[in-house]
Design a protein around this ligand. Structure first.
Ligand code: 4NP
Length: 153
């Protein structure tokens, strides 16, 4: 069993998208590795809220339903509860490094280390195209992440 936590700022756009995409890919895979998946935000403003309607729509266009997800804030305990804590951008990564306990066991990385490198830009203040771009970056990285998990198991 591998445990993966995706983290962005608000937990309403990028990280719930990653949660839904990875879960969907594994659901569709024969002989999928066993993976526990969750997402969280470094900020607490949207705790308890469903994903942003634009993120729900971008995922729905690809047959993925994010509507039941609810935002939560990341905690220091998450570094023990997960094997991978994967940040969407360098701001998230810096905040996570500050939160990580000295003995925190999780591997802490940028998600796009498993994809095309760099960051998933925050789509919150932009239009639909930003959500489609975020989706594509996340999808590519999730394919790479599955290969990493398969190699680990
Ligand atoms: P996310 O996007 O980090 O991908 O969930 C954002 C959501 C909300 C805000 C910023 C980014 N906000 O400022 O409220």
């Amino acid at each position: 069993m591998t445990r993966v936590l995706f983290v962005c700022l608000g937990n309403i756009c990028r990280s719930p998208t990653a949660e839904g995409v990875l879960r969907h890919m594994l659901d569709e895979m024969p002989d999928a590795p066993e993976v526990e998946i969750d997402s969280a935000g470094t900020g607490g403003w949207h705790v308890g809220n469903p994903p942003d309607p634009r993120a729900i729509e971008a995922a729905a266009r690809r047959g993925i339903d994010l509507s039941a997800l609810r935002a939560r804030q990341v905690t220091a305990a998450d570094f023990d509860a997960f094997d991978y804590v994967l940040a969407m951008d360098r701001d998230n990564l810096r905040n996570l490094k500050a939160l990580r306990p000295a003995q925190g066991g999780a591997a802490l990385k940028l998600l796009l280390e498993f994809g095309e490198g760099g960051e998933v830009p925050d789509p919150y203040y932009g239009g639909e195209a930003g959500f489609d771009r975020a989706y594509a970056l996340i999808e590519g990285a999730c394919r790479g992440l599955i290969r990493e998990i398969q190699a680990r198991e």
